[in-house]
Design a protein around this ligand. Structure first.
Ligand code: FMN
Length: 194
């Protein structure tokens, strides 16, 4: 299957560190790999409504929800490019992931079966020097991948506060060069035997 990468940008500002780092990593992808970039700030999702237990979710046919759904279903690789906000993913990204819960219950989508075996990746920028503070974000993405039966490629971390700072993080730029070339094993919950 031809690989198709969906980059989901989750910052609340344009041209931030997370996107800069994600673009550095994406530059290394072979030319035949399709790249689709969607910025959640310019393609906002409405508030998620939990209809799982009282009515049928209907497949969206228009607007940003349909755009995100179709792009998600089409992707072999989904890259969550979220800044670290309060030690986890941004609200934009959290809302996008909340929509996955609705799509799991939407008749005719086979959302879980479609995503199973595909790969989730993360890219994040953070101001804190000690990268272990990003563990909650990494856990969110790992556990979400495990729940979905997906592979998890890990999270590319870069340091920065104001836009452009991450370009001074030479170690992050070096990691970006090989990030998407890494093996992405099937994700596991921490309590599962590997
Ligand atoms: C709402 C908000 C919450 C933040 N929370 C954290 C945090 O928990 N830890 C941290 O190290 N940096 C935090 N930061 C700093 C950002 O992660 C940092 O500025 C990063 O470069 C932003 O990414 P961007 O340039 O892609 O927007 C926060 C920034 C904002 C605006």
């Amino acid at each position: 299957m031809t690989r198709r990468f969906l980059f989901v940008l989750g910052s609340s500002r344009s041209d931030g560190n997370t996107e800069l780092l994600a673009r550095r990593a994406a530059e290394q992808l072979p030319a035949h790999v399709d790249q689709h970039w969607i910025d959640l700030a310019t393609h906002p999702l409405p508030d998620f409504e939990d209809l799982r237990h009282d009515s049928d979710h209907v497949r969206p046919t228009e607007g940003n929800v349909a755009l995100l759904l179709d792009a998600t279903l089409a992707a072999t690789d989904i890259v969550i490019a979220s800044p670290l906000y309060w030690y986890s993913v941004s609200a934009h990204v959290k809302r996008y992931l909340d929509y996955w819960s609705g799509w799991l219950r939407t008749p005719g989508l086979d959302f879980k079966a479609t995503l199973a075996g595909r790969t989730l990746w993360g890219v994040t920028a953070l101001a804190h020097e000690e990268t272990e503070v990003a563990d909650p974000l990494i856990g969110t993405l790992n556990h979400s991948a495990a729940y979905m039966g997906m592979r998890f490629g890990g999270v590319l971390l870069g340091n920065g506060s104001k836009p452009g700072d991450v370009l001074k993080d030479t170690e992050a730029l070096t990691r970006a060069k090989t990030f998407f070339a890494q093996e992405a094993p099937l994700a596991h919950f921490p309590y599962e035997a590997q």
